[in-house]
Design a protein around this ligand. Sequence first.
Ligand SMILES: Cc1cc2nc3c(=O)[nH]c(=O)nc-3n(C[C@H](O)[C@H](O)[C@H](O)COP(=O)(O)OP(=O)(O)OC[C@H]3O[C@@H](n4cnc5c(N)ncnc54)[C@H](O)[C@@H]3O)c2cc1C
Length: 426
Amino acid sequence: MDETAKRAVRNLVILGGGTAGTMIANKLRHRLARTEWHITVVDRDDEHHYQPGYLFVPFGGCSPEQVVRSRHSFLPDGVDFVIGSVDMVNAEGNVVLLEDGRQLPYDQLVIATGTTPRPDQTPGMLGLEWRRSIFDFYTLEGAEALADALSRFDGGRLVVHITEMPIKCPVAPLEFTFLADAWLRGRGLRDRVELVYVTPLDGAFTKPVASAHLGGMLDERKVLVETDFMVERIDDEQKMLVSYDEREIPFDLLVTIPLNMGADFVARSGLGDELNYVPVDKHTQLSRKFDNIFAIGDASDIPASKAGSVAHFSVEIFVDNFLQHIAGRAMTGAFDGHANCFVESGDDKALLIDFNYDTEPLTGKYPLPVVGPLELLKETRVNHLGKLAFRWIYWNVLLPGRPVPLPALMSMAGKHPATQREKQEA
Ligand SMILES: Cc1cc2nc3c(=O)[nH]c(=O)nc-3n(C[C@H](O)[C@H](O)[C@H](O)COP(=O)(O)OP(=O)(O)OC[C@H]3O[C@@H](n4cnc5c(N)ncnc54)[C@H](O)[C@@H]3O)c2cc1C
């Protein structure tokens, strides 16, 4: 390549080699000429985790080996993979600074550094009881430690707790509760356990119709629900959650979802909101401040669920938009916040919910009208098998950026609007 050609090569830097970053690198490498675009992915390590698998680890349903693979193996030829922690983005100077001093200049930047549980943000959470009677399952180490604690648990008060919204996979704490109920029943321990679900929301979930449905499932399982609970601190001597309005919830075993936050470098770079999420246009995911910075996946502030499915659907829309943007044309794709989440409900069954920015989860069939085979807002064994199959699809189809025969935007085909009764119950 001569000097003129070399200078003409532009740099796309993708921060984060997780779900969104890996899919983007794969899809764009096939669409951008190598003579015109150099693509770099940055991540702090070479371990790609399939995070939905963490849910099953405490119950022995998934081994740690099944959820971790090398990031390298998912990045195509023609993409540079840099292992290093991002320290800052100098957005005025178009350069990324790594903690080890390396600098990566860019023409276009994608921030896909996700969201991370932060137990350090709640007083008392990381005290003497951390990983003794207080656990999380949003990290692999946490899920493994919890598996150990559950195997020794023979009765008492098991409290499942969400610190604050938004969290990634907002249905995961409910799934954990349903699985715990079934797991305890299977061991003949359920009568000796008081199961409590503590949430800062005013119901089981964020969307009214799904919230009523999922709340009903908690009632059926005799789970006590404590709503509107904003935790102020954990009293680790008394083993109690304490809220700002001075309510106290004692526990023998606490399974908490710590506050989730975007990466600290986002704040240091002046690119984030109060939880370090990058403010973007909710349809194009272009930064509101810089027209060469996008944020995709959990790292952005779009008002959609923080979920792998949202990352996947939004990447499908982003790729064509990005090609238009770098060609100097208006972006014509508009992401609708489409989310699609399996909800494990125990006893080898699961529900599926499908929704977007404007439409509530509805009943009906998915992905094909009439045929399904998946059922929306209904517990079935086929849905459970779908959730299990998803791990294979993730590693072999989604991450490598292969086409998935599902529409990226939410479709109303096969769905029934909520009945008046469902709306009233909600
Ligand atoms: C228990 C659990 C269950 C879940 N279940 C489901 C489910 O059933 N369905 C579903 O759709 N979603 C589920 N999710 C959510 C899903 O895993 C995430 O929404 C998805 O991974 C988001 O993709 P992302 O690319 O935005 O972030 P991630 O996949 O988290 O990737 C972010 C990457 O950025 C890197 N990074 C962060 N900071 C830095 C830095 N400073 N320097 C360098 N690299 C950095 C990280 O190492 C990471 O690799 C679940 C999550 C959890 C925790």
